[in-house]
Design a protein around this ligand. Sequence first.
Ligand SMILES: [Mg+2]
Length: 354
Amino acid sequence: MQGGATETQITVSENTTQTHINEPIERWIELHFSWAGKSFRLDIADSDRVFDLKAALRDLTKVPAERQKILGLVKGKLPPDQSRIADLRLVPGKKFTLIGTPEGDEIKDPSQLEFLPDVVNDLDVDFTEDLEASNAYMSDQRNIRKVKEATEKLKVNIIYPLRPGKKLLVLDIDYTILDTKPLTSGSLPPAECARPRLHEFLEAIYPYYDICIWSQTSWIWLETKLVELGMIGSNRNYQISFVLDKTCMFTVFTERDGKPWTHSVKALKIIWNHFPQYDASNTIHVDDLSRNFALNPKEGLKIHAFKNAHTAEAMADRELDKLTRYMLHIANVTDFKSLSHKNWKQTLRSLQLP
Ligand SMILES: [Mg+2]
């Protein structure tokens, strides 16, 4: 993610000098981890416990132990606190990802601008309908430069390795897979804010698509949402490969009904520049706001916004089942450029898929 690579070092145990001749020499392991878009270094002794590792992470990030999700350090679940670091058999230089909200950064007031959920679907323009407007965006010199700048600024933290030969799903969060409002206000538990069939959808498409989450929120809030929804750090049959936040978006300027109009975009070219194995032929971007597709109208699939979670109507929402059927239907298409996702529901109907 963005932000400079801050290399910070901490010594976990104080027993670093061999003052007694008979004392065995301790083995220290150098570890690297990323958290909130920054890189850290951490040295830990073989004799330390998992508890000490968590304490060291807390010292570096202020994320309390109980909120830490440690990904990629060991296979499967991290052993309990009392386990010895030596028993984890870590390779020196091992990299992992830490996820968690630091103390003091909890979402207390959802009206705080920083934590405002994704912009609501009020002033949307369907760019898949207006390729001319979209071409104007794409050929705008400033926008081309912005893509370049955003590419250079972006440091992607790979949470789970990308698999060769898979297509890429770029997936929005707010109102696409989640009713953000009750989650932000805390009026509903996270699992009840999720769009029905979320995990089933991701598990079904995962054999064919790697998953990138891109949300117009800040990093901390984004990670919290993914952990609370059980999309990261839980044992599901899918993995999130990487996550992009609002810092990878930029503002574009245009006119709407004769008046100046500005909005943010998610330019897929930023991802493609980082991962040249992806391009318009194998990427699909699912979002409830089609203005986010302004620079990539052909790759965009607009999904009906998911709101009013917990009402009977919302609980009966099966948009993700439909999306599953559509994405499986196109999974073996060699070149997505030959498709038009705009009429995805019509495509399903014509195939007599419900
Ligand atoms: Mg959204």
